[in-house]
Design a protein around this ligand. Sequence first.
Ligand SMILES: *[C@@H]1O[C@H](CO)[C@@H](O)[C@H](O)[C@H]1NC(C)=O
Ligand SMILES: *[C@@H]1O[C@H](CO)[C@@H](O)[C@H](O)[C@H]1NC(C)=O
Ligand SMILES: *[C@@H]1O[C@H](CO)[C@@H](O)[C@H](O)[C@H]1NC(C)=O
Ligand SMILES: *[C@@H]1O[C@H](CO)[C@@H](O)[C@H](O)[C@H]1NC(C)=O
Ligand SMILES: *[C@@H]1O[C@H](CO)[C@@H](O)[C@H](O)[C@H]1NC(C)=O
Length: 397
Amino acid sequence: MNLLVVFLSFTLLAVSSANPLAKHDEDADLTVPELITKYGYPAEEHHVITEDGYILTLHRIPHGKNPNKSLGKIAFLQHGVLSSSADWIITGPSHGLGYILADEGYDVWMGNARGNKLSRNHTSLNPDKDSQFWNFSWHQIGLIDLPTMIDYVLEVTNQTELYYIGHSQGTTTFYVMTSMLPEYNAKIKAQFSLAPIAYMNHMTSPLLHIIAFWTGPLDLLLQLIGINEFLPSNEFMALVGDILCGDDDITQILCSNVLFAICGFSPSEMNATILPALMGHTPAGASVMQIIHYGQEVISGGFRQYDFGLGNWDHYHSWTPPLYDLSQITTPVYLFYSHNDWLAAEQDVLRLCKGLGNACAGKFIVSDNGFNHLDYMFGIHAPEYVYNRVISLMARH
Ligand SMILES: *[C@@H]1O[C@H](CO)[C@@H](O)[C@H](O)[C@H]1NC(C)=O
Ligand SMILES: *[C@@H]1O[C@H](CO)[C@@H](O)[C@H](O)[C@H]1NC(C)=O
Ligand SMILES: *[C@@H]1O[C@H](CO)[C@@H](O)[C@H](O)[C@H]1NC(C)=O
Ligand SMILES: *[C@@H]1O[C@H](CO)[C@@H](O)[C@H](O)[C@H]1NC(C)=O
Ligand SMILES: *[C@@H]1O[C@H](CO)[C@@H](O)[C@H](O)[C@H]1NC(C)=O
């Protein structure tokens, strides 16, 4: 087992090209705006530059099929780690939250965090050559990208507030933003956390356990070989597929995708028709530091800033990283979680709710025992189990 762990950990950082197992399908090659317009909805693409030079892409569905049905309200959607704005529309009009909210009358904006393939650009750094481009974790996404995108959306629409819906890292970054920059609470009417991630020490993902176990050495390795993009090699993913997954076609395809290998999946929730499109758009990229920062959460059990080890003193004037102060969050937050989620464990979600105090406005467990971390995006029953409730709660704020 130990040798395996070493092998897995070190091949993890090897750079590779696209996943060869990904099957091809027209939707896999279409861009997000092309997909949206293909299904008869209006689409816009916007770019915004952060104070540290990252060029971020936002996608917008300004209204649904009936342009007259407009609430004049904004729904801002933020994806999880290794994902992108494609998450919200890839399952098509009857299942994708982007379309569903647009048809409800919302002006839908979908962000992209620095480093994913839609925001893999910078005013002066080259992501293929400059390590410094990848010198960020989800801390910077929460502290810089989210406020930049939110301010841009409010400016373009001439509004003062929006609804925020986040999945996984899209929730972590929200807690970072509102705890570090409490003035942003006033810009969010309500926040909906799908598979909330703040505390992680009860998570059960085997692959993330392996990564977390090696977080210290990985961090050292990082200092030796340079800060980089998280790109597991094909050999590594094939190995993970063989070890962690069964051998029917669908599980093999899913397991060969690092996102699904980390998060798991429920075969009963997976619509095989959308698989080729899904494989074409995920994984969408991230930095190694983002993954290590999550590994640190698993080990430390705290919701805290990046652990630089001996470098903590230089960064924080403290030997341990500062905690994110959840008591600064005043936006009403609704937590959606499920028993089969490999990353957002029930105990960790309940601890988060406690930490949020009065801001924890409601928590809902998905009753289906098979519902997993990625089913909030891709699951056949996501509208029935989750989105319908989100929409009715939005109407209350
Ligand atoms: C929207 O409203 C306009 C004018 O009120 C009307 O002509 C048009 O048919 C409506 N469109 C739809 C799809 O209901
Ligand atoms: C699977 O996806 C296809 C294509 O988006 C869709 O037409 C079909 O209704 C979906 N099936 C289920 C069971 O959701
Ligand atoms: C990156 O941004 C620059 C503008 O600074 C633009 O000219 C270029 O096309 C962008 N590259 C990509 C791959 O989007
Ligand atoms: C990464 O950024 C930090 C500032 O956040 C800086 O102190 C550090 O030197 C950078 N590391 C590299 C390798 O560029
Ligand atoms: C923006 O909204 C304010 C009220 O909130 C209004 O007074 C102003 O005219 C609006 N500006 C534009 C350009 O629509």
